[in-house]
Design a protein. Structure first.
Length: 118
């Protein structure tokens, strides 16, 4: 499974960005897709995930600001990011796990930079 991410860029604080990720195929049926991020000098952290049955999970820091969605027919996942803050700046990675609980095989996209200026 290959993941290709789109979106990202530079935005002012309070602005919005949309990230999209497409999986090349989905041979495993049920799965979980989502986004993680990594800022310089910090560990990679979960941002949001969503299962094939639309069960979603968010980091506390983005709840109410970010919305994750997916299209199972196209194997895509989107992350709408509103009210962005400078602390949201990071490289964002698309993620796919073959098990909806996240206990299967991991696949990662190439990462896309999000920079929020103050």
């Amino acid at each position: 499974v290959q993941l290709q991410a789109f979106g990202g860029g530079l935005v002012q604080a309070g602005g919005s960005l949309r990230l999209s990720c497409a999986a090349s195929r989905n041979p495993f049926g049920s799965n979980v897709m989502g986004w993680y991020r990594q800022a310089p000098g910090k560990q990679r952290e979960l941002v949001a995930t969503i299962t094939t049955t639309n069960g979603s999970r968010y980091a506390d820091s983005v709840k109410g600001r970010f919305t994750i969605s997916r299209d199972n027919t196209k194997n895509t996942v989107n992350l709408q990011m509103n009210s962005l803050r400078p602390e949201d700046s990071a490289v964002y990675y698309c993620h796919y796990n073959t098990n909806p609980r996240g206990t299967g095989l991991d696949y990662w996209g190439q990462g896309t930079q999000v920079t929020v200026s103050s």
